[in-house]
Write a protein that binds this ligand. Structure first.
Ligand code: ATR
Length: 278
């Protein structure tokens, strides 16, 4: 029988997850059906309950339900506990609903695919919201020399840094405190780019050969990646590879098969560019 999967969110219309998972299933010969479902605010638990009762095998969870999914899971992976949010639910063979968070590992794998070295590097991460919290553990597991979290609201950066200190050298800073510092890797995890805004970054922030990563993506380079190019970044990447990477890890959790991400990234990149031309 075909196994059922879905992504829950609100809004959900533009979700690329069904297309990504269809490509993974084709590639690996898996018999699965993946749909998207618009869930009303306040109805996540009911919808998830129904989905699993009807035999559903796994869910991806997107905005605004990652905290609901965290609470819904009967068991959670260590990285989901750390992230404080769940983007993947899986029904295990004993019926237990397991919650995982694959966002951070998706981003780290994308950086590996891009050939970026993280070990021993000075990493700056902009923002201290859910997106940043979701990636800190996998990032620290790469053994960077230091991770600096800079955020508009300093207290939030401080709180985050405190929560991850046992995993490595993590420091909180304000944007002003970045003056005079340089970083090998700068990651934008703020939602500022969605409004076409940029955090107030000092000049000369990028070390030689610096890499800049935006967790957001779009048809055009984000304002952060344009800033990065202007200030001499050697390599830049947007978050499309992270999106496909987190999907690949969810697929692996469900099917125990790791799909190839690069052909899917290439295909989606082409699709986005063509859509933009229309
Ligand atoms: P997400 O789940 O996407 O991380 P969030 O938890 O609302 O969303 O966090 C948004 C992040 O973007 C926060 O770090 C926020 O900074 P504050 O903590 O100071 O609010 C940051 N952010 C949003 N708009 C910004 C802007 N225009 N300039 C700088 N930072 C911004």
């Amino acid at each position: 029988m075909t196994d059922l999967y879905a992504v829950f969110g609100n809004p959900i219309n533009h979700s690329k997850s069904p297309s990504i998972h269809r490509q993974f299933a084709e590639q690996t010969g898996q018999d699965m059906h993946y749909t998207k479902q618009l869930v009303n605010e306040g109805e996540f638990e009911k919808a998830a309950q129904e989905f699993f009762e009807q035999g559903g095998k796994g869910l991806n969870i997107t905005v605004p339900f990652k905290l609901n999914a965290y609470a819904f899971a009967q068991q959670r992976t260590a990285r989901a506990e750390r992230a404080g949010a769940v983007n993947t639910l899986a029904r295990l063979s004993n019926g237990t609903i397991l919650g995982d968070n694959t966002d951070g590992i998706g981003m780290v794998h994308d950086m590996h695919n891009l050939g970026w070295e993280l070990e021993g590097k000075r990493i700056l991460i902009l923002g201290a919201g859910g997106a940043v919290r979701g990636v800190l553990q996998p990032l620290l597991e790469e053994n960077p020399a230091q991770v600096v979290i800079a955020n508009r609201t300093f207290a939030k950066a401080e709180e985050l840094a405190k929560n991850f200190l046992d995993l490595g050298d993590v420091q909180a800073k304000t944007f002003e405190q970045l003056v005079g510092e340089t970083f090998d890797i700068v990651i934008n995890g703020t939602s500022a780019s969605m409004q076409g805004e940029l955090p107030p970054l000092p000049d000369n922030l990028l070390a030689e050969n610096a890499c800049c990563y935006d967790m957001m993506y779009g048809a055009e380079p984000t304002i952060f990646l344009r800033w990065a190019k202007d200030f001499g970044a050697a390599h830049v990447a947007d978050g499309l590879g992270m999106l496909i990477g987190q999907a690949a890890e969810a697929f692996y959790l469900w099917r125990q098969i790791r799909p190839e991400v690069v052909p899917v990234i290439t295909a989606m990149r082409r699709q986005i560019a063509e859509k933009n031309k229309q």
